[in-house]
Design a protein. Structure first.
Length: 654
């Protein structure tokens, strides 16, 4: 009886211990392993750099004892083979392995397809290379971009276009989600700078040489000589080879290339790149990451691993973002486990196989903690290889910045930076971020550029097409005022002051404008100026140059420039030096006038003497005394008046 009781107590104790252990496991015990997927194209410029970077990141996370304590991060990597269809199949295979998050894909097109899968299964998708801005839409709540959106890159391109005062560009892009999304963002960014895309040259995916040649030939027929190239890194180099054969890489052309070319140059090694000879003068963007000790250590480890595996391809900027993506996921999983959230999967009742189906959709599980993990991803805040890793309210990385490179000689040279905080600058963005906006703003500048054709003169960015019509300029042919405009035997057939001003104004334009001067009139008499203005108003002429008066009836039908010659009646007289002599008052009167004045003076004196001699004793005496008296009385009145009058006249004359 006592033995039975003891056995009963032991069983109860064991049962309680098992129940307690089960309860503890259910309450918050960390799993020993968490699976994370990776989805990208192994054999590609970006994929080769990302693959080693992701593997190094997983090793570093598992070696860090302060993160995921007691839990190992397991990486399951699959190859999308740069195919939207195969990428979707591989994504479904990855979902079958109960991964809590997927790092990738690198293709924006595959990202659009896979986003629908992860939305259904609540598995966050963290892409380090899908840069299409449309992936940020609310249609894809489980898609998160751990690299820079092309929306920022296109604002950098627009800033460069505005810096050099170009107004039209030709966009050359691959005709897929990645290319179309980027060009759409470019159009919006250029509109803010009062510029535009004048021609869109779309290259079909997987095009052969002939198809690319046709697209570039049509683009070269357009007026704009500023080309923005936004294509895939694995096929984009063929564009410049074909453009070189079409003589589109010479003087007068401008090529602005998005960050895909920087990835190719960094991966291939600019010194060994055979195509370096025909890509001279290009402006290239590259994702900016500040220099740091962890970054230098990672580059060294990546290069060592690449040598051990005999990988000839080099590291590019996308490798840094792939490395940071693993750490973003690790930090989020750690926060999820710290909140005692369990890694559980459940069946999705909407996924089931029909009787004849072999897709095994029922094996796909719904991640119960997907929403919580997504929120932890959005709260990420740490410093990685690419700088500060944090997401803003639009789910974009904060502090986006790009290096601006100029290819010359044996490789690219840094000519400046762009960031959404300070715009173009020759100062690194991480330095400007430490300064107030009023100091960092307004420093829009770049170092000197060597343009295609080995010239430092800024290209105009526009040429007149071979099949275009020159500007028809009407010129009055008249016999009068030939200094203003007249017929000439020179190349323009016209000359004159008005023509000189017009040609000088044309040269100030940032693009050439060919003109054809059309003489109107026979030269023997002045043509009707109203008729010439009316010809410009009715598009018989594109413009008219000459001594046209701006009158009311003409302003109703045509636009006039600002007047550059004052009109009106004037009197031209020679300039004489003014005299300062005391006898200047004598100058207004001629000799005859002075003789008449003296005769009047004597006559007045005689009349006064006759009237005063009989009654006034002062007018008596010797003849000499009488003459003095007459002069005194006469000069006191009339002579004084004449003196004042003559002085006033003299002052007026002077």
């Amino acid at each position: 009886m006592g033995g039975a009781a003891a056995a009963l107590v032991l069983c109860l104790a064991l049962g309680g211990a098992v129940a307690a252990a089960a309860a503890a496991a259910g309450a918050g015990a960390r799993p020993s392993e968490v699976a994370v997927g990776a989805l990208f194209t192994y054999d590609s410029t970006i994929g080769r750099a990302a693959r080693l970077a992701i593997e190094l990141a997983v090793d570093d996370v598992n070696a860090d004892r302060t993160l995921l304590a007691g839990t190992t991060l397991k990486l399951i990597s699959l190859d999308t083979n740069c195919s939207g269809f195969l990428g979707t199949i591989e994504a479904l295979k990855l979902m079958d392995k109960n991964v809590v998050a997927v790092i990738g894909p690198q293709s924006s097109g595959i990202g659009h397809v896979i986003s629908h899968v992860v939305n259904e299964l609540h598995v966050p998708l963290l892409s380090f290379a899908a840069t299409d801005p449309t992936l940020s839409a609310s249609e894809y709540p489980y898609f998160l971009r751990s690299t820079l959106s092309d929306s920022f890159q296109m604002h950098a391109v627009a800033s460069i276009v505005d810096y050099y005062q170009w107004k039209e560009v030709t966009a050359i892009f691959v005709d897929d989600d990645y290319g179309r999304g980027g060009v759409s963002a470019l159009g919006d960014a250029l509109a803010l700078q009062r510029a535009r895309i004048s021609y869109k040259a779309a290259i079909p995916p997987n095009s052969n040489t002939d198809a690319i040649n046709d697209v570039l030939f049509r683009a070269n027929m357009m007026e704009s000589r500023v080309f923005v190239v936004h294509v895939n890194p694995d096929t984009g180099m063929r564009i410049f080879s074909i453009a070189n054969k079409l003589q589109m890489m010479g003087s007068g052309y401008v090529w602005i290339v998005t960050d895909w070319l920087a990835a190719v140059l960094d991966s291939s090694g600019s010194g060994d790149l055979k195509a370096m000879s025909y890509i001279q003068g290009l402006i290239v963007l590259r994702q900016h990451s500040p220099d740091s000790e962890p970054k230098r250590k990672f580059i060294s480890e990546w290069n060592n691993m690449a040598r051990n595996r005999s990988i000839a391809s080099g590291l590019n900027s996308y490798g840094f973002y792939a490395y940071d993506s693993v750490w973003i996921v690790a930090h989020a999983i750690n926060q999820l486990l710290d909140s005692e959230q369990q890694i559980n999967f459940s069946a999705d009742p909407r996924l089931h196989d029909s009787n004849s189906s072999t897709l095994h959709l029922s094996t796909l599980k719904l991640f119960d903690g997907g929403e919580q993990l997504l929120q932890q991803l959005l709260l990420t805040n740490f410093t990685g290889l690419t700088g500060r890793v944090q997401f803003d309210s639009d789910r974009n990385l904060v502090r986006p910045a790009y290096d601006i490179l100029n290819i010359g000689g044996s490789g690219p040279h840094l000519i400046g930076y762009w960031s959404n905080y300070s715009g173009l600058s020759v100062v690194a963005p991480e330095i400007l971020y430490e300064k107030p906006p009023n100091i960092s703003m307004g420093v829009q500048q770049l170092y000197n550029v060597v343009w295609p054709g080995d010239t430092t003169t800024k290209p105009r960015g526009w040429v007149f097409p071979d099949n275009g019509q020159p500007l028809r300029v009407g010129v009055p042919n008249k016999p009068s005022f030939k200094e203003l405009v007249s017929r000439d035997t020179g190349p323009d057939n016209v000359t004159g002051y008005c023509i000189d001003i017009f040609i000088a104004a044309i040269k100030l334009l940032p693009y050439p404008v060919p003109c054809q001067f059309i003489m109107i009139g026979d030269g023997s008499k002045n043509p009707n100026y109203d008729d010439i203005v009316n010809m410009a108003a009715t598009n018989s002429l594109d413009a008219a140059v000459g001594d046209f008066a701006i009158v009311r009836n003409r302003t109703k039908i045509a636009e006039f420039t600002q007047p550059y010659i004052e009109s009106g009646l004037v009197v031209v007289a020679p300039v004489k030096q003014a005299t300062s002599s005391a006898w200047a008052f004598l100058q207004p009167f001629t000799l005859q006038m002075w003789c008449v004045t003296c005769a009047l003076f004597i006559s007045v004196g005689i009349v006064v003497w006759i009237l005063e001699h009989r009654t006034n004793e002062e007018f008596r005496g010797s003849p000499r005394q009488q003459v003095i008296t007459i002069f005194w009385y006469v000069s006191a009145g009339p002579l004084k008046y004449m003196f004042i009058s003559s002085t006033s006249i003299s002052c007026w004359f002077l």
